[in-house]
Ligand binder design. Structure first.
Ligand code: F6R
Length: 264
């Protein structure tokens, strides 16, 4: 687990974009796991800029979104389908037949979830998963008490999540289809982004708390290649802050290759 604390959200977002770009350069047919919400927006903006100005090519990339509200038609402006198109997909050259978003309009929910898992498997799994974190510690919409082995399924949203997300987009459904924690943990590499003080408690629980279904993100402690990209505000509740800084300092000195481009 690598905890990287950046001076602010802009620097963290740009670094996340460089990690994604590096993945796409190394493996042009990468499978990317995408998150919606506010947190990754600046990263998507930077990726769009890299596509436009530096020729970053997404033509062989496949994408899977983490989740989608259930009961909203795709064309609804609050759907994650509409949001990820508006904020990212419509501005880069990912082929439409290679983008996947859970079907929030499906009549047969179990089949839609089964098909989503099968599509991820058929793509040989997710190479790099981008995550945000909710104040409840959720990743995807895996609210507290979600099984740490869960797969893509229908999930009821917590009060905190309904309040937080309604503030951004207006009234939202109370249920969503989300990749499970077990699904997320199968991604080869995971980047969790968290910015701002409102995320500080959830971040501390995820990184330093016990592994528990009370904080879904704590399950990431079991993943062998996860990087937390934080700003100073999101890092305020961490007890081992000076240790994380020393890890970066010493790794930079002795094994910079382990940091990849996180070190530039
Ligand atoms: C979104 C998602 C959620 C968000 C989380 C944080 O696809 O799966 O887990 O990442 O709710 O949302 P923001 O970034 O809006 O604070």
């Amino acid at each position: 687990m690598l905890v990287v604390i950046h001076p602010n959200k802009e620097v963290g977002s740009n670094q996340a974009a460089r990690i994604v770009a590096d993945q796409v350069h190394r493996k042009p047919d990468s499978v990317l796991g995408l998150s919606t919400g506010n947190t990754p927006l600046a990263t998507y903006t930077e990726l769009i800029r890299m596509h436009r100005d530096d020729g970053l090519d997404f033509s062989n990339v496949t994408t899977f979104n983490l989740d989608e509200y259930y009961g909203l038609p795709r064309e609804h402006p609050q759907s994650f389908y509409a949001q990820i198109h508006k904020n990212f997909l419509d501005h880069v050259n990912v082929r439409p037949d290679r983008t996947h978003i859970p079907d929030g309009g499906s009549k047969d929910i179990a089949m839609a979830c089964f098909d989503y898992e099968a599509a991820i498997r058929d793509a040989d799994g997710i190479d790099l998963q981008i995550l945000g974190i909710g104040r409840t510690g959720h990743i995807g919409f895996n609210e507290p008490t979600s099984s740490l082995a869960s797969r893509t399924r229908l999930k009821t949203l917590s009060d905190e999540t309904i309040n937080d997300n309604s503030k951004i987009t207006g009234d939202i459904p109370q249920v969503a289809i989300t990749m499970g924690i077990g699904t997320i943990l199968e991604a080869k590499q995971i980047l969790l982004l968290a910015f701002g003080e409102a995320k500080a408690k959830a971040v501390a629980k995820a990184i330093e708390g016990p592994i528990s279904s009370s904080c879904s993100a704590s399950a990431l402690q079991m993943h062998r290649d996860v990087r937390f990209i934080l700003d100073e505000e999101a890092a305020t509740e961490l007890r081992h802050r000076s240790y994380y800084d020393r890890v970066i300092e010493q790794t930079t000195k002795y094994a910079p290759e382990l940091l990849g481009i996180a070190n530039d």
